[in-house]
Write a protein that binds this ligand. Structure first.
Ligand code: PLP
Length: 436
């Protein structure tokens, strides 16, 4: 089993009616660092990296690029750099975080559908290895900035392969009507512009990303087929030697028992079998997993507060976090699993709806889950919150963002400090005419 196929992180244990992660009692961590608290299990991160490396070990031209948008903090970048991963980035903020963490910037790819000139300048100045060019406008400004800086940039072209896959509409990206990338019918036009006009852009290959939380390996197989065929068609038509292809994100993860994501080795089989079937010359493959690298490693701890029994209706139990630290349930009905870290084995169970503390009726973390009877002060552990939680967090209701702790071998270390009330007002300015 690979790490993405389990709901819980690899070191999760039950001891004395408490949950432990990385050898640390989660109730103690909640006390020590406060809640809500994001906790990352270092062993789970390293284990899934191993799953990816082993799955593709027979394929020498593979480059693993962690999709930073899933979670981007300096300590995590250090771990993934140690594991040999490069980084897929989508903003100056992610590029800067990776750079400041000491990563060799040739291992970084800059992706995104509306990169600003300022971001492109920073990426060129810091020596980002590849740009994934998304549209005509970007190619034009990228070439202009490269000329100004007397640099040549190496790029992939992001294309829309026209594959529909079964995931939520908001996280599906490869279908024809998508805001991302060049339509297949626009490829020749952009290739010709690069060859004839954009002197400081070197085309190296193609890039596609079919969506996130994908379980069907056939979608990857079809994607590779399209990429391989397009690359050889372009090479033939324009006498080029494109040798790189980026297949985008990784497979899905198991949020609830209903989810059955594939093994990483099955993903590798789908990709390499399509490659061997359709490719004459085997290209370098980039793969950019985000969710599957970090989701399962992360849990969020919350403290139980108030509750409300609707007469003849359901019982709401409120926790001290919600849509600002995990916007996924309110944004796209994402489902999660949870246990009670402070009384994991208690037999006295009831069905409750876990509500957040934010001022929106839609701020529900989990609908109708059976848990040991909850009392104020109990600690709830929500699983699979490593990806797209902190990275999507906001300060809605002017609430401080939670801290993040890394656990391993019974040690816990803060890797992101909890925001303070002063942090919240630190960017505010009162114009002098309004001062008291
Ligand atoms: C979001 C994204 C990824 C990561 O997808 P996951 O499903 O988190 O693995 C990779 N590549 C691109 C271009 C993306 O937009």
């Amino acid at each position: 089993m690979s790490v993405n196929q389990a709901i819980k992180p690899v070191t999760l244990e039950e001891k004395n009616n408490h949950l432990y992660l990385g050898g640390c009692d989660l109730v103690d961590l909640a006390k020590k660092y406060g809640t809500p608290l994001y906790v990352l299990d270092e062993k789970s991160i390293r284990e899934i990296c191993k799953n990816y490396k082993e799955a593709f070990k027979d394929y020498s031209n593979i480059k693993m690029m962690y999709a930073s948008k899933a979670l981007c903090t300096s300590a995590l970048v250090r771990i993934l750099d140690e594991e040999g991963f490069g980084f897929d980035t989508v903003s100056a903020g992610e590029i800067y975080t990776v750079y400041k963490s000491g990563v060799n910037m040739s291992k970084v790819l800059f992706n995104g559908n509306n990169k600003s000139e300022k971001e492109i300048e920073l990426a060129i100045d810091l020596g980002v290895g590849r740009f994934s060019v998304d549209n005509f406008y970007e190619a034009e400004i990228l070439n202009k900035i490269a000329i100004q800086k007397n640099k040549t940039v190496e790029i992939l072209l992001r294309i829309t392969p026209g594959i529909e896959c079964h995931t939520h509409d908001y996280i599906q990206t490869g279908q024809i009507d998508s805001k991302f990338g060049f339509d297949l019918s626009q490829i020749d036009e952009i290739v010709e512009l690069i060859i004839n006009k954009y002197s400081n852009i070197k085309l190296r290959g193609l890039h596609a990303h079919i969506g996130s939380q994908i379980f069907e390996l056939k979608s990857y197989y079809d994607e590779v087929e399209i990429l391989v065929k397009e690359i050889s068609r372009i090479n033939k038509k324009y006498s080029l030697d494109l040798k790189e292809m980026n297949i985008g994100g990784g497979v899905g993860v198991k949020y609830t028992t209903k989810d059955e994501p594939p093994k990483i080795s099955d993903l590798a089989d789908a990709v390499t079998s399509a490659m061997h079937k359709y490719a004459v010359e085997i290209p370098t493959i980039y793969i950019e997993p985000g969710r599957s690298i970090i989701s399962t490693a992360g849990v969020t701890l919350y403290t139980v507060g108030s509750s409300k029994q609707v007469p003849n209706g359901r019982k709401y139990v409120a926790v001290d976090g919600g849509m600002a630290d995990n916007p996924r349930p309110s944004m796209y009905q994402a489902e999660y699993s949870a246990e009670v870290a402070s009384s994991v084995n208690s037999k006295n169970k009831e069905k409750v709806t876990i509500a957040g503390r934010f001022c929106e009726s839609g701020d529900i973390l989990i609908n109708e889950i059976e848990l040991p009877k909850l009392n104020p002060g109990d600690i709830i552990c929500v699983y699979n919150t490593g990806a797209y939680n902190y990275s999507m967090a906001s300060n809605y209701n002017r609430v401080e963002k939670p801290a993040m702790v890394l656990v391993n071998n019974s040690l816990s270390d803060i890797i992101v400090n909890r925001e303070t009330l002063d942090d919240l007002i630190s960017k505010d300015v009162i114009p002098s005419r309004l001062k008291k």
